[in-house]
Design a binder for this molecule. Structure first.
Ligand SMILES: [Cu+2]
Length: 752
């Protein structure tokens, strides 16, 4: 695979405009020595084929093999996969995660930058090689920075072995990928900045008041500082909003074809950065048959709730009058920040019967009634909250969809045989910080910070308490602890993980949490306490007792210890690798941690994960982990990790110890012998220098402020000149000019 960043300044793309049925490319033309004008030239047929229309707006983005969405990769169960990645971007490093793959025996191929491997730098190759397992609908995406939504994601399908086909579902005529994602005008990293500086970005221009966030059915926040505007299906969208521009109206939407009495398997993958969607097809029920690669007992549903990171397999049947029907992707945003009802945003794709004329649908949703209620799968709200909005819709949480008997027979639900046979951890995915100025995504109050070297390549780094921590030894840093948070689990016990989303605030967000290298059974689901009159959340679920700082938690009723939790489904729960924790609720997971390695567990909202809502699950001792292949690429020529020599950690309680390992990476000598004493002295002197820089006299400070003001004014003036010289950017477009001539076959290798 090769990646190309989309960069107007390098002429690797140009805006496209739609006018009276013709597409024009807009380019800037010099007139004389100083003036530029916008010129419009009709697109050639070749160029038109290359245009990525998306939502009709021009935007910086990334592409894999010049495609968006990225190419679908298809393998068979147990095939050895070899994928050679070439980073052809100009500045960004990258790594690729094969979302849902176990990576048994190859944890260094999991693709998490600085956990399983070093990031692939611009101009570098890296070959991923691993066994495709388990079968099912999976995907792949960048796991470095926040580039996933901007183009670096695609479907990764693992077909079952021959003779291992399912017999409990009707025959599938057509098997298609349905990539659903959000799409905002801003680049993904800008969204992260906005989310973290939410006070600055959540002022409404119209009202002048704080609070542009939206709320979902139970009043919890729907994860962005502004409404989630558009959903793409396979890189296309239609919204029919009254404010649509001509370009937005002209872009094509995705159409899925079905024949009368035929069937479609939709492999729905949520690759978005943030926000969830409620997916439905007018006048058609969906048959839910799988999720995250796990087979489910087929269940008829009307609405599917899908969050970033999740995959669902649903079947659609051509059993209605041949015609055209809307496929709807609705946000679940039903309230504004001040609890006033609002209409959710809807984006559209289309279901087309091949026997019918091609036309825009005029279909309506099926009406949900008392006698024939609609069914909403993966509903993570209290039924009492949902009924205010959808009184005739049944809320089915994920733990109530069931694995097939065959699936449970192949992977039994782990049951501990004694107290000693169970290891239980409580992980709270939340925002910590009492000041609310800047929400700090955390797990058990610890903000994840990547280690200076990849854990999987230098496994002994887990013994270094200047880098790695867990909540047992982070007791002095208040509500701002930052380090490489590692939770160690044994390979020989039954593991029970309790995920929670509680931060002590009156309002917050649900989090979809993904675990790498493993799958788990979702055996219990608990939502927060709902006010019966308003249907809104009023407090945390009472089954769990939190410590005052939300660093730790336990079952309120001690008889629930040792795995004795009432009402768990240990008979046929669903197998998942990504699950939504309801805000102020919890989820109980059961699994056998039998795959030694360092596995990231994180919120799959890029706005949360990329700034700290993550934890590494260390399965087994480094001795139990597979041996790194000889000549495995290490991190370039930066100094390797040295043995620990300090006991301090980063955090507000220990400021003098902050950023030690970053300093090491910059200052340590490449040799690893005798590094201890030397690096200690280098660090100490560095920190002294560090503080001396902060000691600026008032005179210098005033001068610096004046210079800064002059700089800002100068920059604004320059910006105005530049903006006036360029056309309005509209479509994201691709030009063959400027692309390197890369042989795709050479880069995507499918081996047996
Ligand atoms: Cu989150």
């Amino acid at each position: 695979m090769s990646m190309m960043s989309y960069n107007w300044s390098a002429f690797q793309g140009f805006p496209v405009d739609y006018n009276n049925g013709t597409f024009y490319k807009k380019i800037s033309k010099s007139v004389g020595s100083t003036n530029h004008v916008c010129d419009q030239i009709p697109l050639t047929e070749d160029e038109l084929e290359e245009v990525l229309t998306v939502d009709g707006n021009y935007k910086f983005m990334f592409a894999i093999n010049n495609q968006f969405p990225a190419p679908t990769l298809v393998f068979h169960d147990q095939q050895v996969v070899s994928i050679r990645v070439y980073n052809d971007m100009s500045n960004e490093a990258v790594s690729f995660h094969w979302h849902g793959m176990f990576q048994t025996g190859s944890p260094w191929m999991d693709g998490v930058s600085m956990v399983s491997q070093c990031p692939i730098q611009p101009g570098e190759f890296f070959t991923y090689q691993f066994v495709a397992s388990p079968p099912g609908t999976h995907w792949y995406h960048s796991h470095h920075g926040a580039m996933r939504r901007s183009g670096l994601a695609g479907a990764f399908i693992v077909l079952p072995k021959e003779g291992d086909k399912r017999e409990d579902i009707p025959p599938v005529d057509k098997d298609v990928v349905f990539l659903a994602q959000d799409w905002q005008a801003a680049a993904s990293d800008i969204e992260v900045v906005k989310e973290m500086a939410w006070l600055m970005y959540s002022f409404s221009k119209s009202s002048g008041k704080l609070g542009t966030q939206m709320r979902t059915y139970d009043g919890s926040i729907s994860s962005l500082t502004h409404p989630i505007s558009r959903a793409l299906v396979n890189g296309k969208t239609k919204s029919f909003s009254a404010s649509d521009t001509e370009n937005e109206k002209a872009v094509p939407m995705e159409i899925f074809n079905v024949t009368q009495n035929g069937s479609l398997l939709l492999r729905i993958i949520q690759t978005g950065m943030t926000g969830e969607y409620k997916i439905s097809i007018d006048q058609h029920k969906l048959l839910l048959v799988g999720s995250d690669g796990g087979d489910l007992i087929p269940t008829w549903i009307d609405y599917l709730i899908i969050n970033p990171g999740e995959t669902y397999d649903v079947m659609v049947f051509g059993n209605n009058t041949p015609g055209n029907y809307w496929i709807r992707l609705e946000t679940t945003e039903v309230l504004d920040f001040f609890y006033n009802p609002v209409q959710p945003n809807v984006s559209f794709a289309q279901l087309h019967y091949q026997e019918a004329e091609e036309a825009l649908p005029d279909s309506e949703k099926r009406e949900c009634t008392v006698s024939e209620p609609c069914v909403m799968a993966n509903c993570h709200w209290s039924p009492d909250a949902l009924k205010r909005w959808e009184p005739n819709t049944k809320c089915v949480p994920i733990n109530e969809v069931k694995s097939t008997p065959k699936s449970v027979a192949q992977v039994p639900v782990p049951i501990p045989t004694s107290e000693n046979d169970l290891q239980e951890v409580f992980l709270n995915f939340h925002f910590s910080g009492s000041d609310l100025i800047s929400p700090r995504p955390a797990v058990n109050t610890i903000h994840y910070k990547g280690p200076p070297v990849p854990l999987q390549l230098y496994p002994n780094i887990v013994n270094d308490q200047t880098v790695v921590c867990n909540n047992q030894d982070m007791t002095t840093c208040g509500d701002y602890c930052q380090c490489t948070h590692v939770v160690k689990l044994s390979t020989s016990k039954v593991t029970q993980i309790v995920l929670m989303a509680e931060d002590g605030l009156s309002t917050g967000t649900a989090h979809p949490v993904h675990l790498h290298g493993n799958r788990y059974y979702v055996v219990k689901y608990g939502v927060g306490v709902i006010n019966e009159t308003s249907g809104l959340l009023q407090g945390p679920n009472q089954d769990i007792e939190y410590s005052p700082d939300y660093r730790s938690a336990k079952w309120r009723n001690s008889s629930w210890n040792n795995g004795n939790i009432p009402d768990m489904n240990v008979k046929d729960p669903p197998l998942k690798d990504t699950v939504v924790i309801p805000y102020k609720g919890y989820v109980v997971l059961r699994l056998k941690t039998e795959n030694p390695g360092f596995w990231l567990m994180h919120c799959h909202l890029e706005t949360h994960m990329s700034v700290g809502m993550a934890v590494v699950i260390q399965v087994g001792d480094p001795m139990e982990m597979p041996k790194l292949p000889d000549n495995f690429p290490m991190c370039s020529s930066y100094p390797a990790y040295n043995e620990p020599d300090s006991k301090s950690k980063s955090g507000s309680g220990e400021k003098s110890g902050s950023n030690h390992m970053e300093d090491d990476a910059l200052l340590q000598l490449p040799s690893t012998d005798g590094g201890s004493t030397k690096s200690q002295s280098v660090r100490n002197s560095y920190h002294r220098d560090d503080y001396s820089i902060m000691n600026i006299s008032v005179g210098w400070f005033v001068l610096m402020m004046i210079l800064m003001v002059l700089f800002v004014f100068g920059f604004c003036a320059l910006s105005l000149v530049l903006i006036s010289r360029h056309c309005t950017w509209t479509f994201p477009a691709r030009s063959r000019r400027g692309y390197h001539d890369i042989d795709t076959e050479e880069r995507v290798v499918f081996s047996k």
